[in-house]
Design a protein. Structure first.
Ligand code: NAG
Length: 417
């Protein structure tokens, strides 16, 4: 889902060391049948503030052309703004994708049926020749278009000339006001949810990668995204079983009990979802208010509340702050305990819930989701920074492990034998 579109993503690290330190890998591979799946790794661009999103460059078409795509683990359908011709598109970084008629997906295609089932009743095919869709997001954004299949050039660990044909939306009508009035920093959205139309599900279906994805969003900006399980660390990861979210087909570790500085906030367990398409974290009114009171009750005398156009709740210090790390010592960690084992706690240190704005103020990066009309809680990019967050659909579990996200996608791919 894309919540109040300020974007989203997460983290990684010691995993790579594990791989490099496995000299017997080649020998093992020679004896057993080669695994048929590969890992894809992408460089991320973007940051929480001020960009508000993390995106990759995907090369699509024949010949392949580059497109910037927002990484969204909160929705399934991948789409590009599209010259079909376009009725309502933003000004985007690259020329609009141009569909050719033979790549249009017919209504009878199983992915069309699955997409319509997931999106609900208003999605129908006016013509059997094509699969029309309309998808709406929680931030009241939307995309209307037709499904297309075209070749994707993927950065894979096993070099291959095959460029899989994947199905995505050619969006000719985005809810962006007057045509081109609002420039968009990306050409489209990369849908990585659990549904069958998700790019990840299609890659699994075609035997290209495992149905596992991970991201490592750096607080310095950038980071990496991967599909496949080869670089997932074998130890240190906190794993929690995926729960069925009551609020949609989201990735959810279930309900967690929120505490502040290890002190109970007296709240009932709250259902959360992981959404890289949301820049900030959203709590419903009760936990939001509890966090705000706990923070205010604990606030350093050197901080004064000030208005700041960036966020609803900000403080200034005696001097302007340059980074969250200037002020982090004055704040305590939040904890979410998922209670599914002795080690199923997510620590949310200050740098995972605060931002420092261009005005040098420090602001709360947790927002009141009820104001944004959300009835559930979203762990957004800010809270996933500087850790590898893993969505393992093969084992139905979600994991996270702290570590730097500075490794390049190129170096990840070249670490494979
Ligand atoms: C591109 O996709 C088509 C299927 O639409 C496939 O037949 C073709 O082999 C793909 N091209 C490459 C280079 O893999």
């Amino acid at each position: 889902m894309a919540a109040p579109r300020v974007a989203a993503a997460v983290l990684l690290l010691a995993v790579l060391l594990t791989l490099a330190a496995t000299p017997s890998r080649a020998a093992t591979l020679a004896q057993s049948p080669p695994t048929s799946t590969s890992t894809a790794a992408f460089q991320l661009t973007g940051n929480v503030y001020p960009t508000g999103r993390y995106y990759i460059t995907m090369n699509i078409g024949d010949p392949a052309k580059p497109y910037f795509m927002d990484v969204d683990t909160g929705s399934d359908l991948t789409w590009l703004q599209c010259d079909a011709p376009c009725q309502s598109c933003n000004k985007v970084p690259h020329p609009l994708y141009r569909p050719v008629p033979k790549k249009i997906v017919p209504c009878a295609d199983s992915l069309c049926t699955a997409l319509h089932r997931e999106l609900g009743t208003s999605n129908k095919c006016p013509s059997p020749k094509q699969c029309d869709y309309q998808v709406k997001y929680t931030d009241s954004g939307s995309s209307q278009g037709v499904l297309i299949s075209d070749n994707f050039s993927l950065p894979l660990s096993k070099p291959s000339n095959i460029r899989p044909s994947l199905t995505f939306g050619c969006g000719y009508n985005q809810n962006v006001g007057k045509n081109g009035a609002v420039p968009a920093p990306t050409d489209g959205l990369l849908g990585l949810g659990k549904g069958s139309v998700s790019l990840l599900s299609q890659l699994k279906q075609q035997g290209i990668t495992k149905n596992v994805l991970g991201h490592c969003l750096s607080s310095n900006g950038g980071g990496f995204l991967f599909f496949g399980d080869d670089i997932v660390p074998k130890s240190r990861v906190t794993w929690v079983p995926m729960a069925r979210s009551t609020s949609g087909n989201y990735y959810s570790p279930g309900s967690g009990t929120l505490s502040f500085d290890r002190r109970s906030l007296g709240l009932k367990p709250m259902e959360v979802v992981f959404d890289s398409g949301s820049t900030y974290t959203y709590f419903t009114t009760q936990p939001y208010q509890a966090v705000v009171s706990a923070l205010k009750g604990d606030l350093s005398k050197s901080l004064k509340q000030v208005p700041d156009p960036a966020m609803p709740l900000c403080w200034k210090g005696q001097k302007a702050f340059k980074s969250v790390f200037d002020i982090k010592k004055e704040f305590k960690s939040l904890f979410l305990n998922f209670g599914t084992g002795k080690n199923s706690v997510m620590e949310i240190p200050p740098e995972n819930y605060l931002i420092v704005t261009n005005n040098g103020n420090v602001c709360l990066g947790i927002l009141d989701g009820t104001v944004a009309k959300l009835s559930f809680n979203i762990i957004g990019d800010i809270t996933m920074l500087d850790q590898m967050v893993i969505y393992d659909n093969e084992k139905a579990q979600l994991g996270w492990v702290r570590g730097p996200c500075s490794r390049s996608a190129k170096s990840i791919l070249s670490s494979f034998p």
